[in-house]
Design a protein around this ligand. Structure first.
Ligand code: GLA
Length: 433
């Protein structure tokens, strides 16, 4: 914990007024150097945990419910029973992230204290900015509940459990965010592979610095971005089903596609009926890939070839970036970031005019490369810059992007690869016990 988080934790504990042992969990946000929309396709990513974080303080209660409160006025207090299948709050309610964490723990067989729990949240991660404030919330809440239940889980297993668990909120998200948040290591990006989750820390050359800059358009996973994100996930699943049929071999995800040129085997745009015919899918098989309960941007229009071109190209860029980092070749990493942004914008259609403008200004301001990060459809850009040129880059962003839009420097920050999540016991908060 940093001195700042120590003070925030003390304030949370004091507001909770725990009469017995308490816990404080901390989960950072994450940035992603490279590897966008690859995780749910079983292909690698290179994210890192950042310093901004979510803190959750908690202690046992007596009324049998989980009560969650926040220092953020946009997040009113919520309560629920932790048993069986927990019915969600209305879509978009922040309390669903708490329910997602509890449901995941119940599904894993964790027994929570029968008297209930009081939990209080404070966060410094910008919300809906593509730096995983929501996954950090889920991870911090889960760590607090586990600690209060006296259970500890292996971080890799917990990352997989919470990645599945967060889909409770209706987003078909992959496993990058929870893993980066739990496994982050100072001075390193993480090479993550999936199905099963594996992690290899990759040192970042000392002269590299990262700037996270918000495009000023929110990418709320609980809002408009949800249908667009889910659409991309099911397009990849359907493209994979078409390739399985064309190649006459079982394929669970695009990461299993054999190397070689498969793009010519794919049509570009298909209706639901056309894609079912191409992949020879029954209604039940289609429903397994495209669950009827999931919100899509357009349920009868699936882009296949361009999506796969992005995903396979992005996976190759991750491998190249890992090598370039090992060789200390930052300009090469920068070029890969630029290529990733272009691919995301053109083939994945996940960028926005504001993000494109911000990326362009970042490059002109001295970044070695820049790209929209996270799910996209708004949110933040990541720029790679030589450490000594960081201030010049920030000044250019302020002059040319934030100033004309009437926003101050709070919309951008320097993000250093940082430690992952942790939880601590506080045996006697403020001497009350
Ligand atoms: C979101 C999801 C991740 C990942 C990224 C895109 O952050 O939660 O699992 O798919 O988008 O790379």
């Amino acid at each position: 914990m940093t001195p700042d988080s120590g003070e925030r934790a003390a304030a949370l504990l004091s507001a909770l007024g725990c009469r017995g042992p308490a816990v404080v969990a901390r989960a950072p946000g994450r940035a992603n150097l490279l590897g966008e929309h690859t995780d749910y396709n079983g292909l690698p990513v290179l994210p890192f945990a950042i310093e901004r974080d979510v803190l959750v303080a908690g202690c046992a209660a007596t009324d049998g419910e989980i009560a969650v409160a926040s220092t953020d006025a946009r997040h009113p207090p919520r309560r629920y029973q932790a048993a069986g299948r927990i019915a969600p709050f209305p879509a978009g309610d922040w309390g669903n992230y708490a329910k997602a964490s509890t449901q995941a723990l119940l599904d894993a067989g964790v027994t929570l204290p029968p008297g209930g729990l009081a939990l209080r949240v404070d966060g410094t991660i910008p919300v809906a900015a593509g730096v995983s404030s929501s996954s950090a919330l889920v991870v911090a809440l889960a760590l607090a509940q586990l600690a209060l239940a006296g259970v500890s889980l292996d971080p890799l297993a917990l990352a997989e459990l919470l990645a599945r668990g967060e889909r409770y909120v209706g987003v078909l998200s992959g496993g990058m965010d929870q893993a980066a948040i739990l496994l982050g290591r100072p001075g390193h990006v993480l090479r993550l592979d999936f199905f099963p989750l594996r992690c290899r820390p990759v040192p970042v050359p000392a002269e590299a610095a990262f700037v996270v800059a918000h495009s000023l358009e929110d990418a709320a996973k609980s809002g408009r971005a949800r249908g667009l994100y889910n659409q991309r996930v099911v397009e990849c699943r359907l493209a994979c089903a078409v390739l399985a049929e064309r190649l006459q071999r079982p394929l669970e995800h695009l990461g299993e596609v054999p190397s070689g040129d498969v793009l010519d085997l794919l049509p570009d745009v298909r209706s639901r009926a056309e894609v079912m015919e191409d992949a020879r899918l029954t209604d039940a098989e289609f429903a397994r890939l495209v669950p009827a309960t999931v919100t899509l941007a357009d349920p009868d229009h699936f882009v296949l070839r361009r999506r796969v071109r992005h995903v396979l190209g992005e996976a190759a860029r991750v491998v190249q970036a890992e090598r370039a980092l090992a060789a200390g070749d930052l300009p090469a990493v920068g070029r890969l970031l630029d290529a990733s942004h272009a691919s995301g914008a053109v083939d994945y259609e996940s960028s926005t005019p504001a993000a494109d403008a911000l990326v362009g200004i970042a490059r002109e301001g001295g970044a070695l490369g820049a790209r929209l990060m996270g799910a996209g459809f708004g949110g933040a850009v990541l720029a790679l810059v030589e450490r000594e040129r960081t201030d010049a880059l920030l000044a250019t962003l302020d002059d040319r992007f934030y100033g004309p839009r009437g926003t101050g420097p709070q919309a951008r920050f320097v993000a250093a690869p940082s430690a992952g999540a942790s939880v601590a016991r506080v045996d006697c908060p403020e001497g009350l016990c």
